[in-house]
Design a protein around this ligand. Structure first.
Ligand code: NAP
Length: 284
């Protein structure tokens, strides 16, 4: 059986859709916090189990009889909570003697990244390695599907207000990642691998604006606002301070090049070229 955590999220749902083309629904275990959110899974014959990353007892039961797990990284309210949640998941997988762990981390993860989310995910990579269970780490770059959030109301104002300087991002399609994850999950292996999963080119936000203008006949431009103004604007939009700080750390990280690395692994896993940023923007 193959279990997927965060199964009702965007990446989880997309991965399950690709997996259903390869294996029987009764071999898939969808692990969710609230089973009401995935009634359609049950109707298809997928096994649905309830677990909360904050509750070790539910996690232990969720991985019963499972050989392979896709652990989708969490979004905790703060870094310490996220680290604890992910540690709880790793402990529960080890207690159930799963045979292979596939984990979604962040591109070029290391211990001292500027982006706080990557620090959490690197810690999880280390915990997984310590279990001695074979693993496949997908170190994903920024999702293309996150671009509308970066754009905010740029279509009305003409401005993408974001403090990323000339930092580049190797945007990657979340849907392509899901397909590649399904390919890996369906082919069990005893090897451990770490893959950098990125788009084939990296773009500054000014280049992203140019591309939107060319593809959509728009007139938007990147405004490189200060961190302080960005943080104030986020808090003015009712975001909790911890979330605002996480997003400021992400912008810092982009400016410093933490999301600029490009790699051809995704093309190999898909067996074709991944979606380009132009193709994605055209479809917006
Ligand atoms: N590379 C990128 O650009 C990028 C961008 C955004 C996020 N991410 C990371 O990639 C992951 C997957 O992305 P996504 O788009 O699928 O995110 P998503 O749609 O927000 O899904 C997150 C999933 O995590 C689950 N979850 C959160 N807290 C939980 C808890 N305490 N117990 C059990 N489940 C919990 C959510 O369940 P509920 O529905 O119950 O909340 C949801 O299923 C994210 O969680 C985040 O770590 C990466």
């Amino acid at each position: 059986m193959i279990a997927i955590t965060g199964a009702n999220g965007n990446l989880g749902k997309a991965t399950i859709a690709f997996l259903l083309q390869k294996i029987e629904p009764e071999d898939i275990v969808a692990i969710v916090r609230n089973p009401e959110t995935v009634r359609e899974f049950k109707q298809k014959g997928i096994i649905v189990r309830q677990a909360d990353y904050n509750d070790s007892a539910t996690l232990k039961g969720a991985f019963r009889g499972v050989e392979t797990v896709l652990q989708i990284s969490t979004i905790g309210v703060d870094t310490e909570t996220s680290k604890q949640q992910e540690a709880n998941v790793v402990k529960a997988m080890a207690e159930n003697n799963v045979k292979h762990i596939v984990y979604t981390s962040m591109v070029k993860a290391h211990a001292n990244t500027i982006f706080q989310g990557t620090q959490t995910q690197y810690q999880t990579e280390e915990l997984i390695a310590k279990t001695n269970i074979p693993y496949t780490i997908f170190r994903n770059s920024m999702y293309m599907e996150a671009i509308p959030e970066f754009m905010g109301n740029a279509l009305q104002t003409g401005e993408i207000r974001y403090p990323s300087g000339n930092g580049k991002v190797s945007f990657v399609s979340r849907n392509n990642i899901a397909e590649a994850l399904a390919n890996v999950l369906a082919e069990p292996t005893s090897l451990s691998e770490t893959y950098e999963i990125t788009g084939s080119r990296a773009y500054t936000f000014a280049e992203l604006a140019q591309l939107i203008n060319a593809e959509k006949k728009m007139n938007v431009q990147h405004i490189d606002i200060s961190d302080t103004i960005f943080r104030e604007e986020l808090i003015a939009h009712q975001l909790p301070v911890q979330v605002a700080d996480l997003l400021v750390s992400m912008a810092h990280a982009i400016k410093a090049g933490e999301f600029s690395y490009t790699d051809s692994t995704l093309e190999k896993l898909l067996g074709r070229a991944p979606l380009s940023l132009s193709e994605y923007v055209r479809g917006l």
